[in-house]
Write a protein that binds this ligand. Sequence first.
Ligand SMILES: C[S@@+](CC[C@H](N)C(=O)[O-])C[C@H]1O[C@@H](n2cnc3c(N)ncnc32)[C@H](O)[C@@H]1O
Length: 275
Amino acid sequence: MIPPRGQSARPVTPIGIAAHSLGALVEELSGNKIPAEAWERLHAVHRMIAGLDPYLEAMTTPASPDLQRLANQTASENWEQRSAAAAVHLEQEMVSGHIEGQFLRMMVKATCARSVLEIGMFTGYSALAMAEALPDQGQLIACELDPGVADLARSMFQSSSAGSKIEVRVGPASETLEELEALGASFDLVFIDADKTGYAGYLEQLLSGGLLSEGALILVDNTLLQGEPWANRNPSPPGAAIAAFNEMVVADARLEQVLLPLRDGVTLIRRVTNE
Ligand SMILES: C[S@@+](CC[C@H](N)C(=O)[O-])C[C@H]1O[C@@H](n2cnc3c(N)ncnc32)[C@H](O)[C@@H]1O
């Protein structure tokens, strides 16, 4: 069974965090004299919130054996050790997992995408999920900063049936985007899931360069950033970056967008004018 990001040891989605806090509150209050009706209401809210992610898991098509294997291997890595040796902080919770992976697969199928760009690959779960949905001649280019985690992903792609559709490019994504632009590459679907402070720059590179094919769809991960944009008065640098990114997208007349409360938030963006 895949350890989904939202239900991992450390909750990393608004729902996961709320469920965890409510559970702790219920435990803290048990034994206290609380009116029976208030208890019943508190338990009902806890059941509603804590049961949501498991229900979504159960009602969604299971991941392929290759994806399950990749998720299990990701969960079994020593991330403290890997992160210490890496160019950036890395942790198991970064993996997108079952629900989001299935969502991305369906987006690739629904848009009939043949070329996909991923910015921020980690161990390759979302890349492989999308590659599985591509036609035989389809291709996915995945950008990753850390060479160690890129090697890990490559080794898992080699033993996966859709892995040959994935090309991994190691380096800062902004540089990789410049290289791809120079090569004349263009993409039907782009998934942005790297450093949150880089999102605004990646979106602008995509919009102002020639990397988007006609009608391309851009998907952006973590746009709810654990609730920080609206529920935290002292947001972290990634939280502040996501809050500013979301405002920027809303104010950009070239775009239309929808922010979906899927896991930690996914925004779908489409260019509507060429100005
Ligand atoms: C949240 S993880 C990606 C998760 C992945 N999409 C998945 O679903 O499993 C973010 C990844 O972006 C990478 N990253 C961070 N900064 C980057 C940069 N400037 N260029 C390319 N990759 C970067 C990190 O090393 C990390 O592996």
